[in-house]
Design a protein. Structure first.
Length: 277
């Protein structure tokens, strides 16, 4: 049994692939070239918020470099195919999958795969979602928990790929410990790193069994791209000074405790892991 991954090309995506490659689980990697890590403010961002918008994404880039180093796809020794978003569901991707004949395909940080790709090989397709489903499905779901004053709900979900956005049966979830001084990007990066270090053990167990995912019992909430606006940065940075984690640790903010879904049991972190340079 073998695994092919389909991911973006930002450091967090590469770090996850690096962990799987070090564990000897990968037969191939399809890389989608993603947008710049620090996007340029568009016309929908009010001029008065340009500085805040830039600060938010510059902090994200800095946090990823602290957590994962300046990783790029060239740093991982695995056979790979690199495509633009326009070709993600094209002939080359389908041919690559057919050639590798994986038993499992794991996606993370790429655009949506179409039915032709999902049907190109008799593999199980699983998606890595940067959020705890079903509470935080959709996009920007490492931002929204802090905005909603529940940073403890930051986490990651491995689920079956279905037509429902981040709504497939859950294979594994990981959370993150709150550490004093965390900004929301530090928390997000540590959630990714924790999950990436757990994933080799989880996939090893999955490859040796016919794991059945846990059906999501509630629809939760789908946070769409259209819901996020630069105005949402104002309370996080100007009111709370990105100290929401500290307020939570001090008991000034309280909220629900995440219940992680783990049908394969708790992993043994460290299997096949490698520290980013």
């Amino acid at each position: 049994m073998t695994v092919v991954v389909i991911t973006g090309d930002h450091p967090r995506h590469v770090y996850l692939v690096q962990q799987l490659a070090c564990a000897g689980l990968l037969s191939g990697w399809i890389v989608e070239r993603r947008e710049p890590h620090v996007p340029v403010a568009g016309a929908d961002v009010p001029t008065a918020l340009h500085e805040l918008y830039n600060r938010h994404f510059q902090r994200r880039e800095a946090a990823e470099h602290r957590a994962f180093g300046a990783l790029s796809p060239a740093d991982v020794a695995v056979d790979r195919l690199t495509v633009d978003v326009a070709d993600l569901n094209g002939d080359r991707v389908r041919a690559f999958l057919v050639d590798k004949a994986p038993s499992h395909v794991v996606s993370y940080g790429c655009h949506k795969l179409d039915e032709a790709v999902l049907g190109s090989v008799p593999a199980r397709f699983w998606n890595t979602h940067g959020g705890l489903s079903p509470a935080y499905r959709g996009v920007h779901t490492h931002f929204w928990p802090s905005y909603m004053l529940e940073p403890q709900m930051t986490g990651m979900t491995l689920h079956e790929t279905t037509a429902a956005i981040d709504g497939g049966a859950i294979i594994h979830q990981s959370g993150v410990d709150l550490i004093r001084g965390d900004g929301l990007h530090d928390l997000a990066c540590r959630a990714v790193a924790t999950y990436a270090r757990e994933l080799p053990a989880i996939l090893t167990r999955a490859l040796a069994s016919d794991v059945v995912g846990v059906i999501q019992k509630t629809t939760g909430r789908i946070w769409t791209a259209a819901m996020w606006r630069a105005e949402h940065l104002v309370p996080v940075y100007r009111h709370y000074d990105d100290r929401i984690v500290d307020l939570c640790l001090d008991g000034e903010i309280t909220g629900r405790v995440p219940t992680l879904i783990r049908p394969l049991g708790d992993p043994e972190p460290g299997q096949g892991t490698q520290t980013a340079a």
